[in-house]
Design a protein around this ligand. Structure first.
Ligand SMILES: *Cc1c(COP(=O)(O)O)cnc(C)c1O
Length: 362
């Protein structure tokens, strides 16, 4: 068997231990005589899987008791609408525009709130290559929430510090950084993430929301788009994404038992990111595209400055077993997404490959 190093921005690599265990349990989950995929979501066995996933997430992320954990579907993209539908009681929200996903969250809120959705800062002037300085005087104290995308998957930036929004709940899209390092959940009103970057397979969306923010949604909100519906029904109002939740549980178990939790995960992720950034900083061929103070731990875009050379590199890398290094179409060049499941060895080998490519093509 030969597995590639997959640098995709998502769906992305899963820990091999998780895949092996899922394979071993595929035909007969813990003596039930069936696969988790075939099981009734109302069965006792499945209840213990979803409960286990929820309590492991609470444990690993140290989620305070006054927060609800919801397992939903529709991706992070559905949250762009669900957040305003449920939180914008007075029809007002602030947005920081730091990339494609932040912009999508903003424009979806504009559909519902019109001028009530307000952009307070943007880094569009330099292709989102930095996190803009935030002036709290520009924030609207009457906002129902303040939205950021904590890690910008496409542009490779991450907020170095969290904005102080006072009593306005901070809402963050954490799709591409959740579980990569410890996060103080109590600083947020709501966190959401599509699972397919750091938590498991596509099809599961995790929402962590302060309980007092779950209430009646805006008038006309469909039942399925109300947080209250899912909170009141233990994320089982309808059939949940059963198998994705099961894999997420295995990932959390791996993170807790094999890795040793989020502090340990952070140290490994910092080691991986430093390997690549240090190389980029001294390379004469490859250059990182992001300002140093805004660099992501998970997504690292870089370019040679020559599109033809970029394309040649991406092709040669794929042939050598380093796949999905092509950058997003709006940035060009390359992007290495090095989520939790990417082993240190994968980044070491990529850097060695880049050094060799640089020598041979200088
Ligand atoms: C991948 C991603 C999304 C989109 O997620 P879907 O689950 O495909 O809707 C949104 N925001 C961020 C930050 C992402 O990385």
């Amino acid at each position: 068997m030969s597995r590639v190093y997959n640098f995709s921005a998502g769906p992305s690599m899963l820990p091999e231990a998780v895949l092996s265990r899922a394979a071993a349990e595929m035909l007969d989950y813990e003596g039930s005589g069936q696969s988790v995929m075939e099981m009734s979501h109302r069965s006792k066995t499945y209840q213990s899987i979803i409960d286990g996933c929820s309590s492991l997430l609470r444990d690993v992320m140290q989620i305070p008791d006054d927060y609800e954990v919801l397992f939903l579907q529709g991706g992070a993209s559905t949250q762009f609408a669900m957040v305003p539908l449920n939180l914008a009681k007075n029809g007002k929200a602030d947005f920081v525009l730091t990339g494609q996903w932040a912009k999508k969250a903003y424009s979806e809120a504009q559909k519902l709130l019109g001028d009530g959705a307000r952009a307070v800062a943007s880094s569009a002037d330099k292709t989102f290559s930095y996190i803009p300085a935030l002036d709290p005087a520009a924030f609207h104290p009457d906002a129902d929430y303040f939205h950021i995308c904590l890690n910008n998957t496409i542009y490779g930036t991450k907020f170095p510090t969290l904005p102080d929004t006072g009593s306005v709940p901070l809402v963050a899209d954490v799709s591409s950084c959740i579980l990569s390092e410890p996060l103080d959940v109590s600083r947020f009103g709501l966190l959401y993430a599509g699972a397919q970057k750091n938590m498991g397979p596509a099809g599961l969306t995790v929402v962590i929301v302060r309980k007092d923010l779950i209430g009646e949604p805006r008038e006309g909100t469909p039942t399925m788009l109300s947080y209250k519906t899912h909170a009141d029904n233990g994320s089982m109002y309808n059939t949940p994404p059963c198998y994705a939740i099961y894999i997420c549980k295995l990932v959390l178990q791996w993170l807790k038992e094999d890795i040793g939790g989020l502090e340990a995960m952070k140290a490994i992720n910092e080691q991986k990111a430093a390997l690549l950034y240090d190389y980029l900083d001294q390379s004469r061929m490859f250059k990182g595209t992001v300002e140093k103070g805004s660099r992501s731990l998970m997504n690292i875009p870089f370019v040679t400055g020559n599109e033809e050379l970029d394309a040649r590199f991406v092709k040669a890398a794929a042939a050598a077993g380093f796949v999905n290094l092509k950058g997003h179409r709006t940035v060009g060049g390359m992007r290495a997404s090095i989520y939790n499941a990417m082993p240190v060895e994968g980044v070491e080998k990529l850097v060695a490959f880049m050094e060799k490519f640089e020598q041979e093509n200088a």
